[in-house]
Ligand binder design. Sequence first.
Ligand code: ZN
Length: 209
Amino acid sequence: MKKKELLNRTVKFKQEDFESHRELFKQISKAQSPHTLFVGCSDSRVVPNLITKALPGELFVVRNIANIIPPYRSDKDYFSTASAIEYAVLVLEVKNILVCGHSNCGGCNALYYPDEKLSKTPAVKKWLELALDVKKEVKNLGFDKDLAMREWITEQLNVVYQLKNLLTYPFVEERVRENRLNLIGWHYIIETGEVFNFNEETKTFELIK
Ligand SMILES: [Zn+2]
């Protein structure tokens, strides 16, 4: 796509989408009050507002490669994902945190790449270290023999690990314990539009229907 076309699309947005939601945009123009923090992969095929049918103002979104939540650290550094979680929970007081993994995830797949394949992208390589335990568990469970199965299980287990990492944030753990915050895990399937929801009791992902 050419730059000109991107610019043209903003005009179309203003003329069409904006006009059809003019009242909503006026209502939310001075403050936001989203109900959900959506943590998704940066993948272009995962479109948070489309999957959840959410309107502007409903979702606070953080996206990164493979929808990863780095474990809580209290030292000072430049934390992108952690600052979004902090702001969503402590300032916006969202009611849900939704971690959404997806099918054909390049980030999850890259966990299995040989080192040299990631040498051109050192930041990606470093970032994915956060999910190496997922890969280890997939191997331990014996799901690494069949590639399709490995992909599916890695993507789902990755979501479960990120939900666990969320609980390392003291302010998240406290609110979950007090039933003021829900943690939700999804596995979105690009080719079918299906979403599987993680059931905390059965520890399985169930098709939402
Ligand atoms: Zn992905």
